[in-house]
Design a protein around this ligand. Structure first.
Ligand code: MV4
Length: 445
């Protein structure tokens, strides 16, 4: 087992990793920028190293500084958290070359899954259901027209280097295809320095349902059921839950087996998420694979009684993971509490937290790095806390969530708490009858 882990991250996820390390008896090293000298991850870690100025590019993204911090402190492994360098193949490679265990997959895996067209072809080849579309990258408009005519409109053009909704174009008729194709390629080139695009049938109003998996170094891959992440705005998730209101035991088993098949075929090591689109008829299609621990991992932890960070660390340390039955117990929802003004386009609002009270009680978990008088720096993301609510069933989660959100007090900056309270009153949300267009529709009316 590792002796000392460096956490190459900040905020709530750095705290989350430190907590599990403490339980495992592993020493921790925090790294921080000059904007984060007063951050809790610095306080809670056994050691802390300042790695640079406020800009993420010069601190949390600066590979040589992080590797040096690990070498100076004698860490033997690095946990990247999510965001920053978590899906940077180069970072994974340099860690390994420096004799540091990267707690995550190999550089080849990160690169392969980061190439969305390649990832899709890989999944298709091993029998994971994918959305009908092009066989990989489409090189020119003529080919695009042939494929679109074959699968039928509407179609969606996606950047191969994109993901998470960046660089997509929906096309409803052939007349619009040429223009959209060239625009999509141009945007992809500008955003990712890679103009490759691929095409697939556009699934209208899908749900976003993802399967959590963990693979060890012996070829075992296990799944931990699904999370429904359909409540999002501009590809930013706001509420996630497990189980999904549309997934029954049979669908869970089939999606879980598909996820395992895909991850096993590539010998996946570490925690990962296979994202699926689920259409109105409950057909599911592979969308993307994320090669990191995700923000919303706690909903999976609560209904499966598993510590996913622990599983990541055990797998990385070369332990044989135990199989476990996937029988979700109760229901869980996560509400992302961001320092954002939801009445002004969710504009980020950093500033000082002048008063703070966390909710508590049965089934209430708060993963957060904030404290009374904490000053939220303007340089990073606006996530302040994750309110994670567990109860016996979905109805009781809704009641408990309302109670906990009302109890949650953050003064000094606007937060998404009032927005969540509004969502909790929406009939479609209450009945579980929503898809990825839910929030946009909610905000329009
Ligand atoms: C789609 C789709 C409909 N049909 N692909 C958005 C994020 C990126 N991972 C892929 N996305 C989508 N791909 C086909 N063939 C609709 C979306 C999509 C979406 C997916 C999940 C959650 C929210 C979304 C919001 C808009 C569009």
């Amino acid at each position: 087992m590792f002796n000392k882990i460096l956490i190459a991250n900040r905020g709530e996820i750095a705290l989350r990793v430190i907590r599990t390390c403490k339980e495992l008896g592993i020493k921790t090293v925090a790294v921080y920028s000059e904007a984060d000298t007063d951050s809790l991850h610095v306080t809670f870690a056994d050691e802390a190293v300042c790695i640079g100025p406020v800009s993420a590019k010069e601190s949390y993204l600066k590979i040589p500084s992080i590797i040096s911090a690990a070498e100076i402190t004698g860490a033997d492994a690095i946990h990247p958290g999510y965001g920053f360098l978590a899906e940077n193949a180069n970072f994974s490679e340099i860690c390994t070359e420096s004799g540091l265990k990267f707690i995550g997959p190999s550089p080849e895996m990160i690169k392969g899954m980061g190439d969305k067209a390649f990832a899709k072809e890989t999944m298709k080849r091993v029998g994971v259901p994918v959305v009908p579309g092009s066989n990989g990258v489409v090189k020119n408009v003529a080919d695009a027209k042939i494929i679109a005519a074959e699968i039928g409109y509407p179609v969606i053009i996606k950047a191969s280097a994109g993901g998470g909704g960046k660089g997509m174009r929906i096309v409803w008729e052939e007349d619009k295809l040429e223009n959209a194709f060239q625009t999509a390629r141009g945007e992809a080139e500008a955003a990712f320095a890679n103009s490759d695009v691929y095409i697939e049938k556009y699934i209208e109003n899908p749900r976003h349902v993802e399967i959590q998996i963990v693979g060890d170094q012996f070829g075992n891959v296990y799944h931990y059921g699904e999370r429904d992440c359909s409540v999002q705005r501009r590809h930013q998730k706001l509420i996630e839950e497990s189980p999904s209101p549309v997934v029954d035991v049979d669908l869970r088993n089939r999606m879980g087996e598909a996820a395992i098949k895909g991850a096993s075929a590539v010998n996946y090591e570490g925690a990962g998420t296979i994202e699926f689109l689920v259409d109105k008829n409950k057909n599911f299609y592979f969308m993307e694979m994320n090669t990191r621990i995700q923000v919303e991992h706690p909903v999976t932890e609560m209904v499966n009684d598993v510590d996913l960070i622990r599983q990541q660390i055990l797998a990385a340390a070369g332990e044989n993971l135990d199989p476990h039955p996937v029988v979700p117990k109760g229901h869980c929802m996560e509400f992302r509490i961001n320092a954002e003004d939801h009445e002004n386009n969710f504009r980020p609002c950093p500033g000082k937290i002048t008063s703070l009270h966390f909710p508590g009680g049965l089934g209430v978990r708060v993963d957060s790095h904030i404290y009374q008088d904490y000053v939220i720096p303007p340089y990073y993301d606006s996530l302040l806390a994750k309110l994670i609510i567990w109860a016996k069933d979905r109805k009781q989660v809704l009641d408990r969530a309302k109670r906990a959100l009302e109890e949650f007090t953050i003064l000094g900056v606007p937060t998404t708490i009032p927005f969540h309270l509004k969502v909790l009153q929406d009939e479609r949300f209450i009945t579980g009858n929503f898809d990825t267009s839910f929030i946009d529709n909610l905000l329009i009316k």
